[in-house]
Design a protein around this ligand. Structure first.
Ligand code: FES
Length: 394
């Protein structure tokens, strides 16, 4: 099911703006997607394929209202994300305000656009933590995947600045079929850069990554070899150096992930235009989501139809409702169920009890055998030409 198809079904779903409160816990983790603008064009980006809200971003004061309301409800962690959050000139002001409210603040960045002056200003503003993404441990591959020349060199410099300014540093490497073979180099580079934590995150298939899944999904064999390499490296570390987290795609699993720790329980995402979502990908679903410009965070979290819709187990098909693992995985990912079956209420097909589980095998059997050579690079303005997979081959 494409995102275009999801739009077509959207209007067929009746939605109600306000419902009795079902939530018992506040949103602990607020993700502020400040902008969808980004200097990179990674074909695995999880941002929506259709970024029509790009030019209608919340103002500084509107973001402050969101932070204040979320904090009053008990939110404790605030991630500044995008796109590239450094493109917002008010980032330092927003970080300072969030710290004043008592949030633990985290900047999720490509590093492109960061300077020493800015990193110092962010430190003064009270920023707690920086997560820096790399596309590869190889300069040429890195620059090709992000479609930005010299970006690898800039990232190396930023990583050094992050350490020089005493931030805890998480490095994030998105692992795909294009770079999985270099996982040892990735770990060596992370050690050299003195990272504290390293996410070796095999891409999850939402947004642009879903569009390009055929090219990005590693084979089971590649994943097993990569995991063995990570384990060997960890054994040699002897407790010294970065902590590596290897995240595999759930496409090869038999049980679904507990996506978002359960819909509307822990995570709140606010998109650049102010849409409030229970997960970063939810806009693809045939639901109408509220906007923080029109309502308070508390009203949205507790009463909006879209937030209540998948809370608890009322919505579940009997397969999930009667399953003794329903409190572990909450029926899996709603976005994945919708993308793969066209029905957001179905059991996540990753689950081998699902009648749709065969879809996973159909997809994973095709890993490593691309039938098309077309690759879509993330773009807001449609100004990046469609490329072929050979463009990523060095
Ligand atoms: Fe939306 Fe899993 S990504 S529910």
């Amino acid at each position: 099911m494409t995102n275009q198809a999801s739009q077509a079904t959207k209007s067929s779903q009746a939605t109600k703006a306000s419902q009795p409160a079902k939530a018992t816990t506040p949103p602990l983790w607020l993700l502020a997607e400040l902008t969808y603008q980004c200097p990179l064009h990674c074909p695995y980006c999880s941002n929506p394929v259709n970024m029509e809200e790009t030019f209608n971003e919340l103002s500084t004061s509107q973001w402050k209202k969101v932070f204040r309301e979320a904090r009053e409800m008990g939110a404790v962690q605030l991630g500044f994300s995008g796109g590239e959050p450094l493109l917002r000139k008010d980032l330092e002001e927003l970080v300072a305000y969030a710290r004043e409210l008592g949030f633990y603040t985290n900047l999720i960045t490509s590093g492109i656009g960061m300077t020493e002056k800015r990193i110092a200003k962010l430190k003064d503003a009270g920023l707690d933590h920086i997560q820096l993404s790399f596309q590869s441990a190889n300069a040429e591959v890195n620059d090709l995947i992000g479609n930005k020349r010299h970006s690898f060199k800039q990232k190396l410099n930023i990583a050094k600045l992050v350490k020089a300014y005493n931030y805890p540093m998480v490095l994030n490497f998105c692992i795909t079929a294009q770079n999985i073979h270099e996982i040892e180099e990735v770990m060596a580079l992370s050690t050299e850069l003195k990272a504290d934590f390293v996410e070796l995150a095999t891409v999850q298939y939402y947004g642009w990554a879903y569009e390009n899944r055929e090219h990005l999904l590693p084979t089971k064999n590649q994943l097993e070899e990569a995991e063995q390499a990570v384990n060997r490296y960890r054994d040699q570390q002897d407790g010294v150096g970065p902590k590596f987290m290897f995240v595999t795609p759930d496409y090869y699993e038999n049980r679904p992930k507990a996506c978002m720790n359960g819909w509307g329980t822990t995570f709140l995402t606010v998109t650049p235009d102010g849409s409030a979502l229970p997960c970063h990908s939810a806009k693809i679903l045939p639901l109408t989501f509220p906007n923080v410009k029109d309502s308070s965070v508390q009203n949205i979290w507790e009463h909006d139809f879209s937030f209540n819709h998948f809370r608890g187990d009322d919505w579940m098909p009997s397969l999930c409702k009667t399953c003794d693992e329903k409190d572990k995985d909450f029926g899996g990912c709603r976005c994945q169920a919708f993308l793969l079956t066209g029905d957001m209420h179905k059991t996540d097909p990753v689950c081998d009890k699902s009648p749709d589980h065969h879809l996973m095998k159909t997809i994973t059997d095709k890993a490593g055998q691309q039938t098309s050579s077309t690759l879509k690079f993330r773009t807001v303005k449609n100004n990046i030409p469609v490329k072929t997979i050979q463009d990523l081959t060095v």
